[in-house]
Design a protein around this ligand. Structure first.
Ligand SMILES: [Zn+2]
Length: 258
């Protein structure tokens, strides 16, 4: 079985000591395509270097939490980074009205700037949206966004409908394994067309709550992707092997990985 983890924050400090072992476990688990998430200009540089050194891929973008730190150099720096052969998408970018680490006007300004950059470069988008429906979908609609994935989808039915109508791919994480806040996703994932479904761990975050034993310090890692695959397959009434093949093909097509 081969799997693609489309969202792993492997530049996170928690991986500094043992990334070799983490990648060995990922490969042993069949996770042979990993896209490292870039969340700021500096972090995206780090992600691109990591991808080049380790045979991975990466995104280049600024997370809405960091929108307040953007300036006139941000977009030119991302444009330059996007030329790196391992950078396969612009992002993560979007809106986060849950934590509100950056003011909404800043978030919207730099979200739109990154949408425009992706359109200019013809790159797919890795999108983050948290408690930002319907504003998020409205911006995507106004800008006629092309190829994009709503990463770590955790929303409700109307939000999913809006994204599917916009032609988005949908990224599902171990949130679906959380019986307290992710149970609704088990119903909703049935409505995602198989050719638009992508899987991700969002490591080191979102360790599946029903994983036994729970990993040390509850750190999530790409090797846990098969657990998420099985949860999604169970919810959709599909064979894990079939879903693994489909989601891996989707990921490689989406990011243009040969
Ligand atoms: Zn995110």
């Amino acid at each position: 079985m081969r799997l693609a983890d489309i969202g792993a924050n492997l530049t996170h400090a928690s991986f500094r000591e043992d990334l070799d072992a983490v990648l060995v476990r990922a490969r042993a688990a069949g996770v042979d395509t990993i896209v490292v998430t870039g969340t700021s200009v500096e972090d995206s540089r780090h992600a691109a270097d990591l991808a080049a050194a380790r045979g991975l891929y990466a995104t280049a973008g600024v997370h809405p939490h960091h929108a307040r730190d953007c300036n006139a150099q941000t977009i030119p720096a991302l444009r330059e980074l996007a030329r790196h052969p391992k950078i396969v998408a612009i992002g993560e970018c979007g809106l986060d009205f849950n934590r509100n680490y950056s003011p909404h006007p800043d978030q919207e300004k730099w979200f739109v700037a990154q949408l425009e950059l992706a359109a200019e470069l013809g790159k797919p988008l890795f999108l983050h949206s948290r408690d930002a429906h319907p504003r998020f979908a409205e911006i995507l609609r106004n800008l006629r966004v092309g190829k994009a994935v709503a990463h770590c989808f955790t929303g409700e039915a109307d939000e999913l409908r809006a994204y599917l109508d916009l032609g988005l791919h949908i990224g599902i994480t171990g949130w679906i394994c959380d019986e307290r806040r992710g149970a609704h996703l088990r119903e909703l994932v049935k409505g995602i067309p198989r050719d638009r479904l992508l899987l991700e761990t969002d490591s080191p975050y979102l360790t599946p709550r029903d994983l036994r034993p729970q990993p040390k310090a509850r750190r999530n890692e790409p090797a846990h992707l098969p657990h998420i695959l099985r949860a999604v397959a169970r919810a959709r009434g599909e064979q894990p092997e079939v879903l693994a093949e489909a989601t891996t093909r989707n990921a490689r097509e989406f990011f243009g990985i040969a």
